[in-house]
Design a protein around this ligand. Structure first.
Ligand code: HEC
Ligand code: HEC
Length: 246
């Protein structure tokens, strides 16, 4: 029995290596080996790119690595869902509309942000490939998140607000004439206006522009209640970054 299994293992590994050597791409959800390095070579470029986006766009901060879940929304005391391959079907719609569970209220609840105009169609396709493959470990490196600038990248602040002080991304739902056409710039001037009170409030509670009618504006970008998912040291670091730019 044991010998048969070992033999089968060798044959499977051999098959993977042969296929890879032929230049074919494989997108398996489970590899015969648990070593990240061995796995990392056996996924198609799209699956790999999707796995990297899953880290770089902060999906991991709410859904955990490989979407395996276990992260709690501390205000509702409710788990943010684990993710499954079958969600590939609805992914595009979810990523461009988000899911507002707080009913538009700024109450610190963790909503599913939308990334309309931030994730390109190609990136959404790559994420979809990653989901279809079963959200495997593709060997993506976790982003450091200790200092202010690191947090600004790891929690995807930069994806919506742009480089610190330079101004945000266009929100495609609001017309150019609207004050909400751009995600606001974060800078020391904005922070200084009320000594950071507004900044801190939006960081802790999230913020949905025109929240009263938020559900009537599907696809508007909004501010996740990120502060709820940070520890005290991280909160101090990001607050200091918003205050000083350092
Ligand atoms: C700020 C936290 C947060 C981030 C960041 C986040 N999500 Fe979510 N996501 C949620 C919450 C909360 C829900 C559940 C909404 C609900 O209860 O219906 C959710 C739901 C989902 C669902 C539907 C799951 C289901 O069971 O119906 C998918 C798919 C998903 N997210 C994918 C992603 C991807 C891909 C990314 C990165 C681009 C991402 N999420 C980033 C909080 C987040
Ligand atoms: C998915 C996009 C998105 C991400 C990611 C995001 N924000 Fe925001 N943020 C917004 C939007 C949109 C607003 C405007 C909300 C409003 O007008 O009520 C906002 C508002 C804010 C404000 C209030 C600014 C003001 O002038 O009122 C602060 C502070 C802020 N964000 C900080 C952060 C930090 C820090 C991070 C990362 C930890 C972050 N944001 C990540 C979209 C985002």
């Amino acid at each position: 029995m044991k010998i048969k299994k070992a033999l089968l293992g060798i044959l499977l590994v051999g098959a993977v290596v042969t296929l890879a050597a032929c230049g074919k791409t494989l997108s398996t959800s489970s590899s015969s080996s648990n070593k990240p390095s061995a796995q990392a070579t056996s996924f198609s470029p799209d699956v790999k790119a999707g796995g990297q986006i899953f880290v770089d766009y902060s999906c991991v901060k709410c859904h955990n690595y490989q979407g395996k879940g276990g992260i709690i929304d501390p205000v509702r005391n409710k788990a943010i869902p684990a993710l499954k391959a079958k969600e590939a079907k609805s992914l595009k719609s979810i990523l461009t509309n988000g899911i507002i569970v707080s009913k538009g209220k700024e109450n610190g609840w963790i909503n599913m942000p939308n990334w309309r105009g931030i994730l390109s169609d190609q990136q959404i396709n790559q994420l979809t490939a990653y989901f279809k493959a079963g959200l495997p470990n593709i060997g993506a490196k976790p982003l450091p998140d200790t200092t202010g600038p690191e947090i600004y990248t790891a929690y995807a602040c930069v994806k919506c607000h742009g480089d610190y002080g330079k101004g945000g991304i266009v929100d495609q739902v609001y017309p150019a004439s609207s004050g909400d056409h751009f995600v606001p710039t974060l800078d020391q001037g904005g922070y200084a206006k009320d000594n950071g009170v507004k900044y801190a409030k939006k960081l802790m509670n999230g913020s949905i522009p025109h929240h009263g009618v938020a559900t009537g504006y599907p696809g508007t970008l909004f501010m996740p209640a990120w502060g709820q998912l940070m520890n005290k040291t991280q909160l101090q670091a990001i607050e200091n970054y918003l205050k000083t730019g350092k």
